[in-house]
Design a protein around this ligand. Structure first.
Ligand code: NDP
Ligand code: 2IT
Length: 453
């Protein structure tokens, strides 16, 4: 670790103790930026990174709501408005019992660089709540979303801050949140993305993160004259990102053999084909069931419950070519990364945010893995959110094909930015440096132009 990173991290940890996920995200970016700071003393003098690390604003609020049995519940609501140098704050909302300030700050920090990489005018933000939607009735979900928006509405707007979905927030939740915003403001605007198609949503937004992660993988493979045809792929998660990752891998001739949720994973050696994927989509999106049911329906598949006390995840211990972690942060630790390498995996494309620990990332880089870090590989979701905002401003909707072509081009451009930047800073093939530096430069220059604010 360089002296620059050491002293920066000491300061961050002293100022913000007890935020391990946030420290982890900052450390990874700071390591890459050492290369930039040597060449550009002006960024150091203006303390650009030190300013990016401090959120412009954090909003925390009480979310009281009453369920259908008359019981009162109190959750915590958050919105981290991280950086608005290149556009309005933009980023998802996460509803999950694990949500806390550290997790949302890491996500908002990552979002700043990711959004910059898309080349669209979006700043970075993230928010959410410790509310657990799992197993809750539609009425409870609606009541909670309305209570959450009853405070959030005064802080957001189509030119200020535009939230979207993340873990636990999909089309249903965005609908309830939008309805409440519209009622309180008496305005029909593009204040959220991921909306329904007949009320301002964009075609391809639900597909965008998963498709984008696979497009990014294809770009990485192309640098070695290869493609996804016949590749065996491990995918984790079974939510929005995982589902459309499987769909696109199937379209490109690959074979996906795993899916998971927080209780366990399924392994299907024959591959999760389109018919089986349709079953998963109905299971997860309509019946809101557990992935275990996959193995009840398809007898050749094996379900393995995951013991939270294990120091590795057996999902990553199968013979394969490519891995697409698409569930949550730190789901691949050093041991998992070693297992992936031992099993022949030579490509990792991160659909989830920060799914690999710092030690795991190091192993991938040291072993020449085609490693697409989250802020590049999963930027397709927020990119199409940016396209949704553009369509809302025009009061016009592009066709499925138009949006998909734009998404594909954006992922191609992000790959090129990462590859070219890594090369320019003397670390060819290192997409981590490419993404961190590529995302940083645009934001940093905008901050220099705008003065110390
Ligand atoms: P969903 O809520 O649709 O699905 C999340 C999936 O991950 C579920 O299968 C869930 O299982 C599993 N999961 C969540 N938390 C944990 C945990 N602590 N341990 C194990 N499994 C877990 O979310 P998304 O698919 O939208 O998000 C998945 C990842 O992709 C997240 O990291 C998110 O930040 C990232 N991402 C999402 C984007 C989007 O557009 N939606 C864009 C870019 C990144 P269970 O049902 O048991 O909770
Ligand atoms: O992490 C992410 O990029 C998202 N959850 C999507 C954010 C968005 O605004 O579409």
């Amino acid at each position: 670790m360089s002296d620059y990173v050491k002293s920066l991290m000491q300061e961050v940890k002293a100022k913000h103790p007890g935020e391990p996920e946030f420290h982890q995200a900052v450390e990874e970016v700071a390591e890459s930026l050492t290369l930039v700071m040597e060449r550009h003393p002006e960024y150091r003098a203006a303390k650009v990174l030190e300013r990016i690390i401090e959120p412009e604003r954090i909003i925390m609020f009480r979310v009281p709501w009453i369920d259908e049995q008359g019981e009162v519940h109190i959750n915590i609501g958050y919105r981290i408005e991280m950086n608005s140098a290149i556009g309005p704050y933009k980023g998802g909302l996460r509803f999950h019992p694990s949500v806390n300030l550290s997790i949302l700050k890491f996500l908002a920090f990552e979002q700043v660089f990711k959004n910059s990489l898309t080349s669209l005018p979006m700043g970075g933000g993230k928010g959410g709540s410790d509310f657990d939607p799992k197993g809750k009735s539609d009425l409870k979900i609606m009541r909670f979303c309305q209570a959450f928006m009853s405070e959030l509405f005064r802080h957001i707007g189509p030119n200020t801050d535009v939230p979207a979905g993340d873990i636990g927030v999909g089309g249903r939740e965005i609908g309830y949140l939008f309805g409440q915003y519209k009622k309180l403001r008496n305005e029909f605007t593009g204040v959220l993305t991921g909306k329904g198609l007949n009320w301002g949503g964009s075609l391809i937004r639900p597909e965008a993160t998963g498709y984008g992660s696979v497009y990014f993988a294809s770009e990485m493979l192309a640098t070695r004259g290869d493609n996804l045809e016949g590749k065996v792929c491990l995918v984790s998660g079974s939510g929005n990102v995982a589902q459309y990752t499987v769909e696109k891998i199937n379209q490109l001739g690959g074979k996906v053999v795993t899916l998971s949720d927080s209780n366990g994973y399924i392994y299907d050696e024959e591959g999760i084909n389109d018919e089986k994927l349709k079953f998963v989509m109905e299971l997860k999106n309509v019946r809101r069931g557990r992935i275990k049911e996959y193995a009840d329906k398809y007898k050749n598949a094996v379900y393995t419950p995951v013991d939270p006390n294990l120091d590795y995840n057996p999902l990553w211990n199968h013979k394969a070519d490519c891995a697409f972690p698409s569930a949550t942060q730190n789901e691949i630790n050093e041991k998992d990364a070693q297992n992936l390498l031992n099993n022949g995996v030579f490509l990792v494309s991160e659909g989830a945010n920060m799914p690999t620990t710092l030690e795991g990332v190091k192993l991938f880089l040291d072993n020449n893995v085609l490693y697409g870090p989250a802020k590049a590989a999963n930027a397709g979701g927020v990119a199409v959110s940016g396209l949704e905002m553009a369509q809302n401003s025009m009061r016009y909707a592009w066709t499925r094909e138009e949006v998909d072509n734009k998404l594909r081009q954006i992922m191609k451009n992000i790959h090129k930015t990462c590859a070219d930047t890594a090369e320019r800073f003397g670390t060819p093939g290192n997409y981590v440096n490419g993404a961190n530096i590529g995302g940083f430069l645009k934001v940093a220059d905008a901050m220099l132009d705008q003065g110390i604010v």
